[in-house]
Design a protein around this ligand. Structure first.
Ligand SMILES: Nc1ncnc2c1ncn2[C@@H]1O[C@H](COP(=O)(O)OP(=O)(O)OP(=O)(O)O)[C@@H](O)[C@H]1O
Ligand SMILES: [Mg+2]
Length: 343
C-alpha cells in the first residue's frame, strides 16, 4: 500500500453512561489508501458510527492515533482541527435531518467554502452550480430549500456538500439505508462516479453486506466495539477467517451462485451482549459455536490470513490451529455443514 490516506491505530472511545463507562470502540485499527473505499460492517450497536464520528472528532476519542496523511487528528488543537476538517467530511444516513431546513441549497453548499476558503461570491456560485450538476442536479435548484427535494435528491445534495472542498476522506454512515432500493442504486453509482473523479477515499459504514461488497474492495468487520476481521472483500466474503464474519455472511442471501453453493451456514443465536458488561477474553465467545476455554481467559491474537487481511480469533493458534486459513476450510475438513447455534 502507498502512504495511506488514513491510518487509525488503537482508537478507543468511551461513553459515560451514568457512572459507568461504555467502551464503544476498543483498540480499533485500520488503514485506507488514497481514493480507496473501505467498508465497515457489523450488526446494530457494534460501534460503526462511533468509530466514524471519532475519526472526525465529532466525538472525542479517549486514546489512539488518527493519522490523516502525516497529521494526527486525535491530538490536533482547535485551529488545526478546523483546517483538518477541510480534508475530511461526513455524510449521514438521514438526508432529512442532516441538511439545515432554513438554508437554501446554495447556502448549504457554500457554507464550507465561506468557513474555509477565500473565494469571490461569483466564483462560489459557479462552484455550486458545477457541483450540483456533477451530482445529477440542475444548477438552477440552488435557490431552493431541502424540503422541496425527494430523499434521493437530498442525499445527492448532502454528497455535493461533502465534496465542495475536495476532501481526502469522506465518512459515509449508512448513506443509502433510508432510501428505497432503486434510489439506493442510483446513489451508490453516484458515489462511485464522484470518487473516480475526485480520488477521495471513503469509509463506507453500512449494515447491508451486499452494498458494502458492491462498493468496497476491502472490508472491516466490527463486533461489540472491536474489529474482528479485515481483508479484501472477495476473500472475507468467500473465505471468512473469523466465526462472526462467517455468521454475518451466512445470514445474507447473496445473488451470487458461488455463495449459494456454499453449505456452511452459521446461524447466530442470542443478542449482542451489553457493551457495558462485555464478555471476558474474546468478546464474541458467548455467541461463538467454536468457543474454547481459552476464549474466556485471553483476548485473541491478531493473525495474518491467507489471501489477505487479519483476523482476531484463538482458532488460528489454539485448538484446531487454523493458522490463518479460512473457517470454510476448517468446516469442510470436519464435515461441519449447516449448524444452528442458540445461546
Ligand atoms: N451518545 C451515546 N451515549 C452512550 N452510549 C452510546 C452513545 N452512542 C452510542 N452509544 C452506544 O455505543 C454502542 C455503539 O453504538 P453505535 O451507534 O456506534 O453502533 P452502530 O454500529 O453505528 O449501530 P447501528 O448499526 O444501529 O447504527 C452501542 O451500545 C450504543 O448503545
Ligand atoms: Mg450507526
Amino acid at each position: 500500500m502507498t502512504t495511506p490516506c488514513l491510518r487509525v491505530e488503537n482508537l478507543n472511545v468511551m461513553y459515560d453512561v451514568g457512572k459507568r463507562k461504555l467502551h464503544a470502540a476498543k483498540d480499533v485499527s485500520f488503514e485506507i489508501a488514497p481514493g480507496e473505499t473501505l467498508g465497515l460492517v457489523g450488526e446494530s450497536g457494534s460501534g460503526k458510527s462511533t468509530a466514524g464520528l471519532a475519526l472526525l472528532r465529532l466525538i472525542e476519542p479517549s486514546s489512539g492515533k488518527i493519522m490523516l496523511g502525516d497529521t494526527n487528528v486525535a491530538t490536533a488543537g482547535r485551529r488545526e482541527l478546523q483546517l483538518l476538517r477541510k480534508r475530511m467530511q461526513m455524510v449521514f444516513q438521514d438526508p432529512y435531518s442532516s441538511l439545515n431546513p432554513s438554508m437554501t441549497i446554495e447556502q448549504l453548499l457554500t457554507e464550507p467554502l465561506i468557513v474555509h476558503a477565500d473565494m469571490a461570491a461569483s466564483d462560489r456560485r459557479a462552484a455550486v452550480g458545477k457541483m450540483l450538476e456533477s451530482v445529477g442536479l440542475h444548477a438552477g435548484y440552488a435557490a431552493r430549500y431541502p424540503h422541496e427535494f425527494s430523499g434521493g435528491q437530498r442525499q445527492r445534495i448532502a454528497i455535493a456538500r461533502s465534496m465542495m472542498l475536495h476532501p481526502d476522506l469522506v465518512v459515509l454512515d449508512e448513506p443509502v439505508s433510508a432510501l428505497d432500493v432503486s434510489t439506493q442504486s442510483q446513489i451508490l453509482k453516484l458515489l462511485k462516479n464522484v470518487q473516480a473523479a475526485s480520488g477521495t477515499a471513503f469509509l463506507l459504514v453500512a449494515h447491508d453486506l451486499a452494498v458494502v461488497r458492491l462498493m468496497s474492495p476491502r472490508v472491516a468487520v466490527m463486533y461489540l466495539g472491536e474489529i474482528v476481521e479485515t481483508g479484501p472483500s472477495a476473500r472475507v466474503y468467500d473465505e471468512p477467517a473469523h466465526p462472526y464474519t462467517a455468521a454475518l455472511i451466512s445470514a445474507v442471501p447473496f445473488p451470487d451462485p458461488v455463495r449459494q453453493r456454499s453449505a456452511n451456514r452459521i446461524i447466530l443465536g442470542g443478542d449482542l451482549p451489553s457493551p457495558l458488561n462485555p464478555p471476558s477474553g474474546c468478546r464474541f465467545r458467548t455467541r461463538c459455536p467454536f468457543a474454547m476455554d481459552i476464549c474466556a481467559r485471553a483476548a485473541p491474537p491478531t493473525v495474518q490470513v491467507e489471501g489477505g487481511g487479519v483476523a482476531a480469533c484463538h482458532l488460528h493458534t489454539e485448538g484446531p490451529k487454523l493458522g490463518g486459513r479460512s473457517l470454510n476450510a476448517f468446516m469442510r475438513e470436519r464435515n461441519i455443514g449447516a449448524m444452528e447455534v442458540t445461546t
